[in-house]
Design a protein around this ligand. Structure first.
Ligand code: DQA
Length: 172
């Protein structure tokens, strides 16, 4: 038990490169449309943190988990698909707050499936507790998990969950 926990912890911090050398875990965090407005956008729903604040918190928590987090935002579905498409081989996993595209985008579902990287769906609010048109997620079936409703903490919780998931996979 102790030995397994130790192995999982080591694996949490490191992945293996093709040469067998230990390297840091790399996570791509993508945010979709209108999330550049965080901080001023409907603060009663999304809070007062800016997206830069969120990215700084991810970088700091990533540092503690020996994980490099590269964070990007776009209002454009095709740009998000491009970034996901380029992620294979460059990242171990992804966090995706697809914002409104969550509810509409077959293209993002296909992109996640195409690269085959573990992806965690992230939401600041809890879409299932909001308007009916937010209750369907097109991307959920392509994701390993979803974290929603914890405000901007959802991003950090999703990072922690993804790192643990990756550790368990490498301990297998
Ligand atoms: C959101 C929820 C979506 O329904 C909405 O379109 C967003 C933000 C969230 O983080 O709570 O833009 O993804």
């Amino acid at each position: 038990m102790v030995r397994k926990a130790g192995a999982a912890k080591r694996a949490a911090n490191h992945a293996r490169s093709t040469s067998g050398a230990r390297v840091r875990v790399r996570v791509l965090c993508l945010s979709g449309p209108n999330l550049q407005l965080l901080g001023t956008r409907e603060p009663e729903i999304y809070g007062r943190d800016t997206l830069d604040d969120v990215h700084a918190r991810l970088a700091a928590r990533g540092e503690e988990l020996a994980t490099e987090v590269i964070a990007r935002q776009s209002n454009h579905e095709g740009q998000l698909c491009d970034w996901i498409g380029e992620a294979r081989g460059a990242f171990d996993g992804m966090l995706l707050n697809a914002a409104a595209y969550t509810h509409t985008s077959l293209a993002l579902f296909d992109a996640i499936k195409a690269v085959g990287l573990p992806c965690v769906e992230v939401h600041i609010s809890n879409p299932e507790a909001r308007e009916a048109y937010r209750h369907t997620s097109m991307i959920a079936p392509a994701c390993i998990a979803k974290v929603s409703g914890f405000g901007t903490d959802s991003y950090v919780l999703a990072l922690e969950g993804l790192v643990r998931w990756l550790a368990k996979r490498s301990a297998r």
